[in-house]
Write a protein that binds this ligand. Structure first.
Ligand code: F6P
Length: 364
């Protein structure tokens, strides 16, 4: 089938490479199908409140190397459970799905490309099951999506963390300090594990392996004894001590009231180490630097491939799927098969074996 008019939105948290997808979808739909392209603003919020604009080759020509998303993104614009605040700050969740579907119909799209992570793609599946022609395109720095080997944004985030570790090495070694780097990743340890291996960390703590503080202290002491009185530790934000929960705090802004956000485990580990070992300990929280900035070539290429393959799938009427990288191929995975599954680092991951076999302590 031909394509006359397609749309694209970027939902959830941003990451590097989103603009590569927007550009690829726009160019491919325009060049191959002479289709019109509509950019929906701020994720699903743009569908709920009818905010969109035209996209063409001109509008997307300078964006490949730019971080963020030219369309805006939000992880709070849930069409079925939109959070609204009254003047006393009380939150009510409102169902805007009917309005969302009406606005969608007004746009007369053959297909809407929904670029997002787990939450966004679950919403996409619900709307698809209610009759909207959608195709998902996976993104997240966490690399924790089921059905795809890699998500774009991830390699860039790992590189940012690796660069930070290289810098922490030189200053940590000069001052004989224990340097802790807290990285993102939510409940998955991919960023921590890969950045830690690439950045020569001595200890890597990830959510999948509850850590024993005694083992962490043992590793630092062993290094001191053999004449290396500094250590580099990567802590994934979702890491938990054996028998304890991950550390969270309530979001700082009004819109995040009642929403628990991961973060703080790096300082927690720092405190525990300083109580037991007579070395200075410092903690760096890398935060959103992992999500910003120019995408690496890998993420630009993956984003571009996913964008063009999504347009191809739309032209064949294959809605209700997500385009995904499996091995070297881009394949289609049914949106319904994702079902909120978080792809954590498996216990038998070769990466875990690799880290331990070169002497990295994983806190066990
Ligand atoms: O899912 C991507 C991610 O960056 C996580 O690694 C992190 O926990 C979370 O989003 C932060 O979300 P926010 O930008 O809403 O603080």
């Amino acid at each position: 089938m031909g394509l006359k008019r397609v749309g694209i939105l970027t939902g959830g948290g941003d990451c590097s490479g989103l603009n590569a997808v927007i550009r690829a979808v726009t160019r491919s739909a325009t060049i191959e199908y002479d289709a019109e392209v509509v950019g929906i603003e701020d994720g699903f919020e743009g569908l709920i409140f009818d905010r969109h604009r035209k996209l063409g080759i001109e509008e997307t020509k300078e964006i490949l190397t730019r971080g963020g998303t030219i369309l805006g993104a939000t992880n709070k614009g849930h069409p079925f459970e939109y959070r609204e605040f009254d003047k006393d700050g009380q939150v009510t969740k409102r169902d805007y799905s009917k309005q969302t579907i009406e606005n969608f119909k007004k746009l007369k799209l053959d297909c809407l490309f929904v670029v997002g992570g787990d939450g966004t793609l679950q919403i996409a599946n619900r709307l698809y099951e209610m009759g909207l022609p959608l195709i998902g395109i996976p993104k997240t720095i966490d690399n924790d999506l089921e059905g795809t080997d890699y998500t774009f944004g991830y390699q860039t985030a790992v590189q940012v963390a690796c660069d930070a570790l290289d810098r922490l090495h030189t200053t940590g070694e000069s001052h004989q300090r224990v340097m802790i780097l807290e990285v993102m990743g939510r409940d998955a340890g991919w960023i921590g594990l890969e950045a830690g291996i690439a950045g020569r960390a001595h200890v890597i703590l990830i959510p999948e392996i509850p850590y024993d503080m005694g083992k962490v202290l043992g590793k630092i002491r062993a290094r001191i004894e053999r004449g290396d009185p500094f250590s580099i530790i990567v802590v994934a934000e979702g890491a938990k001590e054996t028998g304890k929960e991950a550390i969270t705090s309530e979001g700082a802004s009004k819109r995040l009231q009642g929403v628990a956000q991961l973060g703080g485990v790096g300082y927690h580990v720092a405190k525990k180490i300083s109580e037991q070992i007579d070395l200075e300990v410092r903690c760096t929280v890398l935060g959103h630097t992992q999500r910003g900035g120019t995408p690496l070539a890998f993420d630009r290429i993956l984003g571009t491939r996913l964008g063009t393959e999504a347009v191809q799938a739309a032209s064949e009427g294959k809605t209700g799927n997500m385009v995904a990288l499996q091995g070297r191929e881009i394949v289609l995975v049914p949106l319904k098969s994702l079902a909120g599954i978080v792809r954590q680092v498996p216990a038998d991951s070769p990466l875990i074996r690799t880290a331990e076999s070169i002497g990295v302590c994983l806190g066990r």
